[in-house]
Write a protein that binds this ligand. Structure first.
Ligand code: ADP
Length: 393
């Protein structure tokens, strides 16, 4: 079955056409800078495209994608559309799209104000262009809905949770779910026979504890700001710092929002870059603050992993994924060193090879297993879409 996967972000719209039988991508691309200098890049089987476009909103971006699919003669072969949606609120799994589902997604906009409005436009436009096709929403939060109250509740008055749904939701769920299934396949085990830690490390980063296939704790919370240090996000900190900055420097909420989301993390600590590749290169050349940023990133991640590991009776494997997790030898090495209490002993050669010749495994024989498993969220969105569509037909 050919599935069109759409991922409308805050200022971009990505797409991929995936054949669920071969798991191959037949076309993919992105419209970037929606709202300012729109730019369209796409790869198909007959052409590669890159050009500036007028895209004041996501509507024009979806139109451009649809035109490309017509030119590539894929449009009539696509049988369903799968949408990535950041926040699923109460939804515990992927959902077939209906008016009610779109309305619910819109009703929780305040939980993901940058992404949810883009998703809603993407859903509405796709209904227009692909109105004969079944459509499915796959939520970043859904995988984490199996967390028990002890993991998802904050230490706030209970009414704040009951009346305002302020709780930990977790994000990157599609990636955590995908790599946990892929790790089970690589280890030759059923997911119900495995207890896993997964670390998705990209521009945003989070880690998850998975007990026999179910998420039991994760590091991101009410928003994707909680947890580990990220490219430009601070991760967890003492909330009283905000009161202090407000009182002493007069920082208002908007200023604090920018500080924590856009000026902190690797960028804030290094004063150099939010990009891990630049940080590690500079650290190796002796840049002191890049070295500090790298150390803090790896230590804080290990500390968070150690924390969520307490939700598991044992650890069968720790999975690294995302741009940093898949590519950074030094980050994996430092994180595993910081986690030596949990029995991790890195194998330098296998780590250097990103586990490519050892079924993903990058640790020594007698060590707790750590693995590198490349993520593929689009593929899992396509598979979820196919499975739901097959159920109704
Ligand atoms: P996003 O969260 O936007 O999907 P990615 O998963 O692509 O991001 O991850 C981006 C991060 O991966 C950046 O910090 C980038 O520097 C890092 N990265 C990519 N390749 C390497 C590499 N070879 N070494 C270290 N970091 C890398």
């Amino acid at each position: 079955m050919l599935i069109l996967v759409l991922n409308c972000g805050s200022s971009s719209a990505k797409f991929a056409v995936i054949d669920t039988q071969t798991e191959e991508g037949l076309a993919s691309g992105i419209v970037e800078n929606i709202g300012s200098n729109g730019f369209f890049k796409a790869k198909g089987h007959t052409q590669n495209k890159s050009k500036s476009i007028e895209a004041p909103t996501h509507s024009e971006a979806i139109f451009e994608i649809q035109q490309f699919l017509i030119q590539e003669q894929l449009i009539d072969r696509i049988e369903a559309v799968g949408h990535r949606v950041v926040h699923g609120g109460k939804y515990i799994q992927s959902k077939l799209i209906s008016l009610d589902v779109i309305q619910y997604i819109e009703s929780i906009t305040q939980f993901a104000p940058l992404h949810q409005p883009a998703h809603v436009i993407g859903l509405q436009e796709a209904q227009k262009y692909f109105n004969k096709l079944p459509q499915v929403a796959v939520f970043d939060t859904a995988f984490h809905q199996t967390m028990p109250p002890k993991a998802y509740l904050y230490g706030l008055p209970y009414e704040i949770f009951e009346k305002h749904q302020i709780r930990r939701y977790g994000f990157h769920g599609t990636s955590h779910r995908y790599v946990s299934l892929e790790a089970a396949r690589l280890l030759g085990k059923e997911k119900k026979d495995l207890n896993l830690l997964t670390a998705h490390l990209g521009n945003g980063s989070s880690a998850t504890a998975i007990l026999q296939g179910d998420c039991v704790d994760t590091t991101m919370g009410f928003t994707p700001l909680e947890g580990v240090l990220m490219g430009t996000r601070s991760g967890s900190l003492d909330p009283a710092i905000l009161f202090y900055l407000n009182k002493t420097l007069g920082y208002d909420f908007d200023r604090l929002d920018t500080l924590l989301n856009k000026e902190s993390g690797l960028l804030g600590l290094s004063g150099l870059s939010n990009d891990m590749r630049s940080i590690t290169e500079a650290a190796q050349e002796g840049h002191e603050r890049a070295q500090i940023a790298l150390e803090v990133f790896c230590y804080k991640l290990a500390r968070e992993l150690g924390g969520i590991a307490m939700a598991l009776p044992s650890i069968d494997a720790l999975i690294f994924t995302g741009g940093i997790g898949e590519n950074s030898v030094i980050v994996r090495q430092k994180v595993l060193q910081n986690l030596s209490l949990l029995g991790f002993k890195v194998d330098d050669f296998k780590n250097q090879e990103h586990g490519k010749n050892s079924n993903g495994i990058i640790t020594q024989e007698q060590s707790t297993v750590a693995m590198v498993v490349p993520t593929n969220e689009e593929l899992l969105i396509a598979i979820d879409t196919k499975n739901l569509v097959e159920k109704i037909s």
